[in-house]
Design a protein around this ligand. Structure first.
Ligand code: HEM
Ligand code: NAG
Length: 320
């Protein structure tokens, strides 16, 4: 009698642990799926190869998706949850709406990963792996991705609006926004080097090319061709007009020539404390590559607040 009761209690507890959503992230490891889903890295890589071959900008878009996931209650795939009639997620936060791209690529990866290893790999880990591959496929550094994140069952549009820095930000507020996530000014300056790839809309750099004083005149004139003073809000320009789809250190060289596309970009080279590091990264591609990779791993370690209910989602767009 006693032993069978004890056994039932033990079994019940075990079931409860398996069934209830867990909280936060456990300790991450590069080997997290070594036994449970050994093919995950190869699946992510092959879908990313196709996506970037089809459209190089997609690499940039996935890198940004990871940043916007991690900065809002940790890297928990909260950004991937679709809005419904009863749920407001992060997709329509100011910095994300009509701006963040690549959701379909994450879906395509998830479909293949689910077929190989059902209910095993989190959407948050897929985004972390995909962004590593994106950087590599565009010619940037690579690194080992820490894995074992869980997907949150919640999202916060207000946190997205509050935590994601805007293109009009000054240097001090950029430093503060990253410090709030435990990232240093050096991490911030290195991570901003992702703006060596991808595109921005006229709406976000109009002020920069018409009213900033510290802008390169020929650069401003060139950008004004496709970004008029009124209208054309959605017109795109490359962050780096020399090598727009190459993940190199040209972002820093551009800043030194006052060719930063966003006001916030040029704030990193405007006579302030970040100038020295911008000069170093501009002259030392390896130093930038190393620091960028380290900072991506650090950003990738941002976890949801303790107590956040989490799970491994079956479909990245909705909770189970
Ligand atoms: C430092 C503060 C940052 C600000 C103020 C900022 C702001 C922006 C803005 C306004 C855009 C253009 C969005 C649009 O036109 O719709 C953009 C694009 C982009 N951002 Fe940032 N960003 C920051 C940091 C980062 C970081 C840390 C990363 C990644 C590590 C990143 C990666 C990208 C990429 C790759 C694009 C191009 C995306 C595409 O072409 O689809 N950004 N960012
Ligand atoms: C403006 O950009 C051009 C082209 O990169 C560069 O040669 C020039 O030095 C820049 N001007 C300033 C003031 O930095």
């Amino acid at each position: 009698m006693g032993t069978s009761l004890a056994r039932s209690v033990a079994l019940f507890t075990l079931l409860l642990c398996l069934l209830l959503p867990s909280h936060g992230h456990g300790k991450l490891s590069t080997k997290f799926y070594a036994k449970s889903c050994p093919s995950v890295a190869a699946i992510v890589r092959s879908v990313m190869e196709q996506a970037v071959a089809k459209e190089p900008r997609m690499g940039a878009s996935i890198i940004r998706l990871f940043f916007h996931d991690c900065f809002v209650n940790g890297c928990d795939a909260s950004i991937l949850l679709d809005d419904t009639s009863t749920f407001t997620g992060e997709k329509n936060a100011g910095a994300n709406t009509n701006s963040v791209r690549g959701y379909e690529v994450i879906d395509a990866i998830k479909t293949q990963v689910e077929a190989a290893c059902k209910g095993t790999v989190s959407c948050a880990d897929i985004v972390a792996l995909a962004s590593r591959d994106a950087v590599d496929l565009l010619g940037g550094p690579t690194w080992n991705v820490q894995l074992g994140r869980k997907d949150s069952r919640a999202a916060s549009q207000s946190a997205a609006n509050a935590n994601l820095p805007g293109p009009g930000s000054g240097a001090a507020s950029l430093v503060a926004a990253f410090a709030a996530k435990g990232l240093s000014a050096r991490d911030m300056t290195a991570l901003s080097g992702a703006h060596t790839v991808g595109r921005a809309r006229c709406l976000f750099f109009r002020g920069r090319i018409y009213t900033d004083q510290n802008v390169n005149a020929s650069f401003a004139a060139a950008r004004q061709q496709t970004c008029p003073q009124s209208g054309g809000d959605g017109n795109l320009a490359p962050f780096d007009d020399q090598t727009p789809d190459a993940f190199d250190n040209a972002y820093y060289t551009n800043l030194m020539a006052q060719r930063g596309l966003l006001h916030s970009d040029q704030e990193l080279f405007n006579g302030g404390p970040q100038d020295a590091l911008v000069r170093k990264y501009s002259g030392n591609a390896r130093m930038f590559a190393t620091d960028f990779a380290k900072a991506m791993v650090k950003m990738g370690g941002l976890a949801p607040a303790a107590g956040t209910p989490t799970e491994v989602r079956f479909n990245c767009r909705k909770v189970n």
